[in-house]
Design a protein around this ligand. Sequence first.
Ligand code: CA
Length: 676
Amino acid sequence: MKKTVLFLLIGLAVACAPKNAVSSPDGSIVVLFSLSDEGQPEYAVSVDGNPFIGQSVLGIETSVPLNLKNGFRLESSKVTSHEEKWSQLWGENKEILDRHKELEVKLANEYCSLTLRFRAFNDGVGFRYEYGIPSIPFVIPSEAKESIVITDELTQFNIAKDGRSWSIPAHFDSYEQEYRELLLSELENANTPMTFRTDDGLYGSIHEAALVDFPEMTLKSHDGILTAALAPDGPGNSEQKAVVSGSFKTPWRTIQIGRRAVDLINSNLILNLNEPCAMKDVSWIKPGKYVGVWWGMHLGLYSWGKDARHGATTERAKQYIDFAAANNIDAVLFEGWNDGWTVANADHDFDFTKPAPDFDLDAVLAYARDKGVAYIIHHETAGEVAWYEQQLEKDLDYAAERGIHALKTGYAGWLLDGHYHHSQYGVRHYAKVASEAAARKIMVDAHEPIKETGLRRTYPNFMTREGARGMEWNAWSSGNKPSHHEILPFARLLSGPMDYTPGIFDIEYRCIAGNPDVKVWNNTHSSKCRVSTTLAKQIALWVTLYSPWQMAADLIENYEEHPAFQFFRDFDPDCDWSEALQGEIGEYIAFARRSGDKFFFGATTNEVGRTLEQPLSFLKPGVIYTATIYADALDADWQTNPYAYTIETKEVTSADTLAITLAPGGGQAISLNPKL
Ligand code: CA
């Protein structure tokens, strides 16, 4: 009898469930698929039964008479469940749970078939288009079998409620833009991740996962509805967005959803939508810490090459290697090491197999090897990608033969050979460099890159990248506002790690005051600039802005004998576990990370000073930890008293709660070591 009732109930549930819907494993998020009267695919997303993404159109426009937008009929649909624990070599978390339900929808019209794949997770939704030449002979124009030119993507994200949004403008050539806080209804265009909070208090972020052989997706408002806008090939070819073969998959379009702002950060949705690691031998891939002469160039104290101020000299390299060896720092980086630089600009004379006359690379490498310090080689391409690709294999062989396992690339300036940085051409190039580097056991840190979309899961040698306004802007412009650092973790860093290069201790550039050798090279003389921060905040950024390769970016002279540098000496960027504990977008953020049995805590605030109550329940129960607390002094203030800090040591356990006091524009960092 009981059994019969149960079967009846299940039967009712199946009958009541919408035919083409899929819910998250916890049932809170539902994706509903439908076809319009014209046979155009559509979807909607609800959270707790309330509309989150209203009815939104799907489809792709192509230049050939291939119809990927309407006239479709439903061929089949099925829902499957998936649960898997997987681990990664490095990342904020080493162990990740992938638990989702998938709805596969197969459509066909008179021209072709199209598969839409939706995945519903407890922390959001991803979906993609999959097109392949079907085995049944549909009426396909022969040219479409060879290559299809995609001219537009029609995907809408019809966010059901208005609210606040945080994003940078949609710009196809640079992510180095200031964040804007705008009403969703005011948003004309945005790059992704585009993060928002709806008026009913839910948080969301739109981005993409597994961006391979396709242009990036930005967002553009059409009649008040945010719609996918693919990066064009370039200013001279704005109609063409992508050229794909007769069989292709788009990147996943992703909508992360959270009830707290920090849920977006703690989500693994982007990584879960990428393919497993495709590399066999990954033993040589390791996170680490580094120092280098980079900041000296940005301040105008050093030059990249060819004058008396040249930063990358053999002598200075040895000083940095000595400093790294003495301070538990893994590696060094010297921009301007190679021949071909003018004072600050790259040109076609670049040669990544020829050191500058005053830089004896082999001697530097031998010195570094003796001291147990690794060397990161640098390739600044100035965006001359075709030229770079011609010599790429030779350049990487040159590095690999010398035992170098890390490469920083740069693509400063506008356009890549006339193509946008974020075009399909750019996407292909960045992947090619990472792949050629992997073949030679070289890790990559790309500046002026394409945005991260979780590909580090599949290609873990692509460690980190810039892709936002980094520290450099503070050296020669009005700089980054305090709140920039409380937006980045909720926006740019949802896509993946960022090489922000934090840790400037000489906040007002006192070390160059009155130095006549300091030159303007970009916009403003550095003596008129500063970092909008307190000292303690610079320390906290090493924790809050995640990068598996983390730089202490200041000149080593500013760290020598500085008591607060002990934090970086102790810091281990090779995390096992991380959690964003509390925060609000653009206001404040607090993280805890664990590396082995040590924990690191970091919190930062915008222009507003505040005290956070922080339970230490993330610590291992029953263990006493020695907490070394690097805090803003009580009278610290980013504008008037930025250097005032305190270091305090105390014993804590997981049962304790700390009051984390942050000065205006300030921060706090804590290292926690188990007491033996
Ligand atoms: Ca840059």
